[in-house]
Design a protein around this ligand. Structure first.
Ligand code: ZN
Length: 147
């Protein structure tokens, strides 16, 4: 199986069986995202523990890329700090938009989105979940300072 095929399998799998799908009832923050170009719609709910995203869920509907990307994102950011998430988003954004740039960090399964860069119209599908997550994080209460 070549890499392209492997990536395709990951996308299909996460579209068919999205991870962390649903809604957290006791969420600290939530946000809705909409990509009118494709019709993708999703919401993200999350719970914070200090500066970290302790748990998160997404729900909504959209094309395979938007659902798979959201599913992969929830797996990648769970347990991470805001700063780590911001850095990860920078890497994913570069992966989606710049075919010439090799990712600096280890993106793990998120690498499956590499093929999206070949389809500029789908970039918004893949990045919708990240914009929605960022919007939720902006709304989340700032962590109580321990310093
Ligand atoms: Zn889409």
């Amino acid at each position: 199986m070549d890499l392209k095929e492997l990536y395709r399998e990951v996308i299909l799998d996460h579209n068919r069986t999205p991870r962390n799908f649903g809604r957290l009832e006791d969420a600290d923050a939530r946000a809705e995202g909409h990509n009118p170009l494709c019709g993708d719609q999703l919401s993200v709910t999350l719970r914070l523990q200090g500066d970290r995203v302790a748990d998160l869920r997404f729900e909504g509907r959209g094309c395979a890329i938007s659902v798979a990307s959201a599913s992969l994102m929830t797996e990648a950011v769970k347990g991470r700090s805001r700063e780590e998430i911001a850095r990860l988003y920078g890497e994913v954004h570069a992966l989606l938009t710049d075919r010439t740039r090799a990712p600096a960090g280890d993106l793990g399964k998120l690498m499956a989105l590499a093929g999206v860069a070949e389809f500029p119209a789908r970039v918004k599908c893949a990045s919708l979940c990240w914009h929605t997550l960022n919007a939720a994080l902006e709304r989340a209460p700032a962590p109580a300072s321990t310093e």
